[in-house]
Design a binder for this molecule. Structure first.
Ligand SMILES: [Zn+2]
Length: 234
């Protein structure tokens, strides 16, 4: 993990690159900052984001998901370092399915495939668009539900890190389910919250003492906390 001051600078730099952008551009900025290429499989991109997250915030990651039955907000803690390690790409044969008696070979979706889905109005058209990109010659209209199920299972086998889910049990109603966490927006929420906290610190100390942003950021954190207390801002 980087030093506290370096991490704060890194978080602000990331925030500068992604704040105020549409979801697709923001995701792209996060993946790029994590060192993932557009041609990487989605799971590889997720692993890179998790590694970046661990560098910025440490391994324990507090996440939340709403219970699908009673809508209680369930909080849980994941380990982003262990999670990233578990996402090493599997050395497996390319995904294959049979549909209408013929065998089809898919390409594992990449980050740029994912980015292209931004324009799709709903998840059904997003699936069609993705299939058109990854299935090549076969028109997606010819794919039946059975084939879609096969595709889903094959993609999970070939790129298990593309979808990250946690087994949760609701403390309120006891319902057990797999909560899917979308890594890029979850990391963005954390980056945004941390950047806003830093900006509030700078704002409070700049008002009170007339210090510049660079001067506030250069203060050791214990001293910054002490001045914030003196300024009555914390
Ligand atoms: Zn519940």
């Amino acid at each position: 993990m980087h030093s506290t001051a370096q991490r704060e600078q890194d978080i602000l730099a990331l925030w500068d690159r992604a704040a105020g952008r549409a979801r697709g551009l923001r995701d792209h900025a996060l993946f790029a900052a994590a060192g993932a290429a557009p041609t990487d499989p989605v799971g590889t991109g997720n692993a890179a984001l998790l590694t970046l997250r661990t560098q910025l915030f440490g391994a324990p990651w507090r996440l939340r998901a709403a219970c699908p039955v009673c809508h209680t907000d369930c909080e849980f803690t994941a380990d982003s370092a262990a999670l990233a390690e578990g996402l090493a790409p599997a050395e497996v044969a390319p995904p294959r399915i049979t549909s209408g008696g013929s065998e089809l070979t898919l390409r594992v979706p990449t980050l740029s495939d994912l980015a292209s889905l931004g324009a799709a109005p709903d998840s059904a058209s997003a699936t069609k668009l993705l299939l058109a990109r990854c299935l090549g010659e076969t028109p997606p209209a010819a794919i039946d539900q059975h084939a879609l199920d096969q595709i889903e299972a094959e993609l999970e086998r070939c790129d298990p890190g593309a979808v990250i889910a946690f087994a949760l049990a609701c403390p309120d109603c006891g319902h057990a389910w797999q909560a899917v966490i979308d890594i890029a927006p979850a990391l963005w929420a954390e980056v945004q919250a941390a950047a806003e906290r830093t900006l509030l610190d700078v704002d409070a100390l700049a008002r009170e003492y007339g210090w510049s942003e660079a001067e506030v950021l250069a203060l050791p954190h214990t001293r910054r906390a002490a001045y914030l207390q003196l300024a009555g801002a914390s």
